[in-house]
Design a protein around this ligand. Structure first.
Ligand code: G1P
Length: 271
């Protein structure tokens, strides 16, 4: 399986920190957030992780670049050396693709398409500013299981949000499918108003999508906010094939703003 981590955003909600430090590199314990997300992808079975970034965020690639000088520096520090070896192991699976224009999440995901032309199985997408903490099983791992049980169908991670928050998310409509946590989706709307929302189930930063999504994205017109929306491509996909939603256990943490980041640290501290 291949995974994509869109991480090209300018991080304006975290300005001025983001002027120098990509939000994805903010530490959660001893590792940057994106390190934890790459680990989640690999644990779920990803052989290759494609990080979509922007030419201004070279520090992300720097973090995953293997540099022999660290072997010398850490030669006598056993604990740190073990961490270096682990980082080098995962770094070997990470590759970077630049998004040159910020035209939306769907556009960011589309940048990985040339590397995935031969894919026949679903591709895992993990938003670079969303961590899922505290679940019994990692969200991506659980989604892969659900997909396998359903003929390799697409599955998207969902969480319940209060009515006043629906306009900040993609919102799903659907019916339970054999379990109270799994839904067969019938529609998906990007950032609906409280009055027009089809439900309180929000798209929560984890997607396992049929490779057909790239064809749909490539012909998509701009949607909400004038951007190419991944949500709109999934809404088109579910008119062609089965797409499931999974209300995952654990808490989605948004590290993309100071308040969300502090909440993430408090939660990570407890688990
Ligand atoms: C993006 C997606 C939205 C999703 C959200 C989850 O929105 O477009 O569908 O619910 O991530 O964090 P953004 O937060 O980038 O505006």
């Amino acid at each position: 399986m291949k995974a994509i981590i869109p991480a090209a955003g300018y991080g304006t909600r975290f300005f001025p920190v983001s002027k120098a430090v990509p939000k994805e590199l903010l530490p959660v314990g001893d590792r940057p957030a994106i390190h934890l997300i790459v680990e989640e992808a690999i644990e779920a079975g990803a052989e290759e992780v494609i990080v979509i970034t922007s030419p201004d965020k070279q520090l992300l690639a720097e973090y995953f670049r293997n540099d022999p000088v660290w072997h010398t520096r850490l030669a006598k520090k056993k604990g740190a050396l073990a961490k270096l070896h682990h980082l080098e192991e995962i770094s070997g699976r990470v590759i970077f693709v630049d998004q040159h224009e910020q035209l939306g999440l769907g556009h960011a995901v589309l940048q990985a398409a040339p590397l995935l032309e031969d894919e026949t199985e679903p591709v895992l997408i993990l938003l670079g500013d969303a961590l899922v903490l505290g679940g019994e099983v990692a969200a991506s791992t659980a989604m892969l299981e659900i997909s396998k049980e359903r003929n390799n169908a697409s599955v998207i991670g969902l969480e319940l949000v209060p009515p006043e928050k629906v306009s900040s998310y993609g919102i799903a409509a659907g019916k339970p499918d054999g379990s109270k946590d799994i839904y067969r989706l019938s529609d998906l709307v990007e950032k609906p108003s409280m009055e027009k929302t089809p439900s309180d189930m929000a798209v929560a930063g984890r997607y396992l999508l049929s490779p057909r999504i790239f064809t749909l994205l490539s012909t998509l017109e701009p949607g909400h906010g004038g951007e190419i929306q991944l949500t709109d491509a999934i809404a088109a996909l579910l008119r062609e094939e089965a797409v499931y939603g999974y209300l995952f256990t654990g808490t989605r943490c948004d590290i993309g703003n100071p308040e969300g980041y502090l909440k993430t640290l408090r939660l990570a501290n407890r688990s």
